[in-house]
Design a binder for this molecule. Structure first.
Ligand code: FES
Ligand code: FES
Length: 158
């Protein structure tokens, strides 16, 4: 069985697993990193949203064999360290706005929000309503209004 090596939340990890096993199952079932949630498994619900090399991606859709040893995967567990704090500013905003209801979609929502803010900041602009409309993370509890408020608050602190 091949050995897969990549960077995960600031540490190099190696795991023996076939190339075609998708990363979400490697993270959750083999490495015990359960922040990325399993919703659909087919890149639709976005509950598993994490970052690869600082940009949002969905590990349920990526075979682990496609990762290189230098690829840096960040899950919600590793997000605070990217800000050098106990909580990332977006997580602080989430708490301030009391966003979560059942909570299942929320790690993915926060990871998508952080990636969106980074993207617009790279473009030298602020988040627009159209950007917020473009977020595809599903929340069955319907917390969308609070999510939008929290993203704006988090953006101001990033
Ligand atoms: S579980 Fe990955 S997008 Fe739904
Ligand atoms: S808070 Fe329950 S699914 Fe979003």
């Amino acid at each position: 069985m091949p050995t897969q090596t990549f960077q995960l939340n600031g540490e190099r990890v190696s795991v023996d697993v076939e190339d075609d096993v998708r990363l979400l199952w490697v993270l959750r079932d083999l490495l015990g990193v359960t922040g990325p949630k399993y919703g659909c498994g087919i890149n639709v619900c976005k509950a598993c949203t994490s970052h690869i090399n600082g940009r949002a991606f969905n590990p349920c859709a990526v075979p682990v064999g496609e990762l290189s040893a230098d690829d840096e995967v960040t899950t919600i567990e590793g997000l605070p360290a990217t800000a050098g704090a106990d909580l990332h500013p977006m997580q602080e905003a989430w708490l301030n706005r009391d966003v979560a209801q059942c909570g299942y979609c929320q790690p993915g929502q926060i990871m998508a929000a952080v990636a969106l803010v980074r993207k617009v900041q790279r473009e030298g602009r602020a988040i627009s309503d159209a950007d917020l409309d473009g977020i595809r993370n599903i929340c069955r509890c319907g917390t969308y209004t609070r999510i939008r408020e929290a993203i704006r608050e988090g953006e101001a602190a990033m």
